[in-house]
Design a protein around this ligand. Structure first.
Ligand code: CA
Ligand code: CA
Length: 177
């Protein structure tokens, strides 16, 4: 599997870490690619060809506090070519899948229903739920729960209804995996 650095980092950031119950803040350094230090390297969208923006606008910003938590990104090799691909969730628009072409470049593919354009997507996971070795896609959305899309083996996804939500929180797979 290839290494992957999320190419959306634009500024230095901090993370909270826990060590033996104590919390501390560690600065994440983004270094110039010519430096030989360990850390993150910033890649611009004109290099990666990833052009994705997730914004919360209009009335939804004022009325949907859950949406303020933002949306997630799922990383995994959906087309089994050895390169990690990236699925981005969107609160007000279609989610997008970028296929890794290598050399830090990506191309967007048509997701069809798996773009979940009809919902406010908050999170996604790529995991093989049916055991065919291809990563399937789980997408969570506000007020719609979790949807399952099975990977047909070529990076294309087909929605499966073999999933149900118990008490609105835990996804239970029914008859698969
Ligand atoms: Ca791939
Ligand atoms: Ca699978």
């Amino acid at each position: 599997m290839s290494p992957f650095i999320l190419p959306l980092l634009t500024t230095a950031a901090t993370v909270d870490a826990t060590h033996a119950g104590k919390h501390e803040t560690i600065p994440l350094e983004i270094t110039h690619r010519s430096s030989r230090t360990v850390g993150f390297t910033q890649l611009h969208s004109h290099e990666t060809e990833i052009r994705f923006v997730n914004e919360l606008k209009g009335d939804a910003f004022l009325t949907d506090a859950v949406a303020h938590n933002g949306s997630g990104v799922a990383l995994g090799d959906v087309n089994d070519d050895g390169w990690v691909d990236a699925y981005f969730c969107n609160l007000q628009g279609p989610n997008k899948l970028y296929i890794n072409k290598g050399n830090w470049t990506f191309s967007e593919i048509n997701l069809g229903l798996a773009s979940c354009a009809d919902q406010r997507s908050t999170a996604a996971a790529l995991v093989d739920v049916d055991g065919d070795r291809y990563l399937d896609l789980l997408v969570n959305g506000i007020a719609v729960g979790t949807r399952l899309f099975l990977n047909e083996g070529n990076g294309k996804f087909r929605e499966s209804k073999k999933i149900r939500i118990i008490k609105g929180i835990f996804p239970i797979l029914d008859g698969v995996g």
